[in-house]
Ligand binder design. Structure first.
Ligand code: ATP
Length: 351
């Protein structure tokens, strides 16, 4: 009885199909992240849920009720956008109070609600200031406070952190998580940043070309990506993938081979995450040798870019005092449990 997108399509008047029969259902109280590359339909899905865009097919249900034709203001949804557009001539207090004034809430209650929300977001000291006198992070918090002060059941946030510098983004991320825990409302958050998705979501909906390609907990999306696309999108640096062929339990790619006793014969894409490749001694049996190209230090780890023949890969390993030199030989092992196999043609995960 949560929120349901039932076969929702959106074809814009110019013929652009932004959503293709999107089916997505989640519970009230979740922190849902819509994740996908630019143009995958995240914003459109958000706008359709908010009622800012009419779907050209399908329905939206909230708590079992069809709200597809309901005007935005009756949907009980608060919104925060990337360009949060505060009223520059109003004080912070008045900006936050605005949704309450529109709803004709009594003055004393407005006073109490605005102060409580401002305290929760740690902007209580700035209530008398104008938006022009705030830092980017403070202004963003005012926008969040304004979206939530009237206690909507659902809060939609479309890339709300993308205008902030890296440190502030991290900080706001933690704040949003705390806010979600304290308010117990449903958060729907749009981003193309997989790290935001990993850290914030109770469940992540990965979109591609207007379709849902996976919907699961961040851990499952990371550990069992439904397709090569998801595997490469979720995780930085991206999963290493190799096109090749399995024959008699051996996978052959350009330049190397590896035992894969459980995989059937035929062309596949084999994947392994950089942090799951093992560096072993030269004397170790069962290893494959790659040559080091470049080493990048991303403390406390290092990224080793290496190649063998036409195959290249990245290894993420704890930083030793010195990384291997360009041209050094690396002995690597791909643990069986860390390997992912995808259909060579469709890119779908093989069981
Ligand atoms: P981004 O991360 O870049 O914001 P997104 O995943 O949010 O992308 P949408 O904004 O939902 O993607 O857009 C989905 C597709 O619909 C894109 O191809 C976009 O160009 C197209 N689109 C969006 N709005 C319109 C419109 N008003 N008219 C025509 N096409 C549109």
């Amino acid at each position: 009885m949560g929120i349901v997108f039932e076969g929702v399509s959106k074809i814009f008047p110019d013929g652009t199909a932004a959503l293709h029969g999107l089916d997505l259902a989640f519970e009230m109280g979740e922190f849902i992240v819509l994740l996908g590359p630019s143009g995958s339909g995240k914003t459109t899905a958000c706008r359709v849920l908010a009622g800012l865009e009419n779907p050209t097919g399908g329905r939206i249900l909230v708590g079992g009720r069809d709200i597809t034709a309901l005007p935005p203001r009756l949907r009980g949804i608060g919104m925060v956008f990337q360009n949060y557009a505060l009223y520059s001539h109003k004080t912070v207090f008045e900006n936050i109070a605005y949704p309450l004034r529109v709803r004709k809430i009594p003055r004393a209650e407005i006073e109490r609600s605005v102060k409580a929300m401002a305290d929760l977001l740690q902007i209580g000291r700035y209530l008398h200031r104008k938006p022009g006198q705030l830092s980017g992070g403070q202004a963003q918090r005012v926008a969040v406070a304004r979206a939530l002060v009237w206690q909507p059941d659902i809060c939609l946030m479309d890339e709300p952190l993308s205008n902030l510098d890296a440190l502030l983004r991290l900080h706001m991320r933690t704040e949003l998580k705390r806010l979600h825990r304290e308010l117990r409302k449903t958060f729907v958050f749009v981003t193309h940043d997989q790290e935001e998705a990993m850290t914030l979501a109770t469940r992540v909906a990965v979109l591609r070309d207007g379709e849902l390609v996976q919907f699961d907990t961040p851990q499952t999306v990371y550990r069992k990506p439904a397709s090569r696309f998801v595997a490469e999108f979720m995780g930085r640096p991206a999963m290493n993938t190799f096109d090749g062929t399995v024959n008699g339990g051996v996978f052959r790619a350009a330049g190397f081979e590896w035992r894969v006793p459980d995989l059937p014969n035929g062309p596949i894409t084999l994947g392994i995450r950089p942090e799951q490749i093992e560096l072993v001694d030269a004397s170790a049996a069962d290893s494959v040798v790659f040559e080091v190209d470049v080493v990048e230090h991303v403390e406390p780890d290092m990224l080793i870019f290496a190649r063998r023949g036409a195959s290249s890969l990245i290894v993420r390993a704890p930083n030793g005092r010195r990384g291997p030199e360009h041209g050094a030989l690396l002995h690597l092992r791909f643990p069986a449990g860390a390997l992912h196999a995808f259909d060579a043609k469709t890119g779908m995960r093989l069981p």
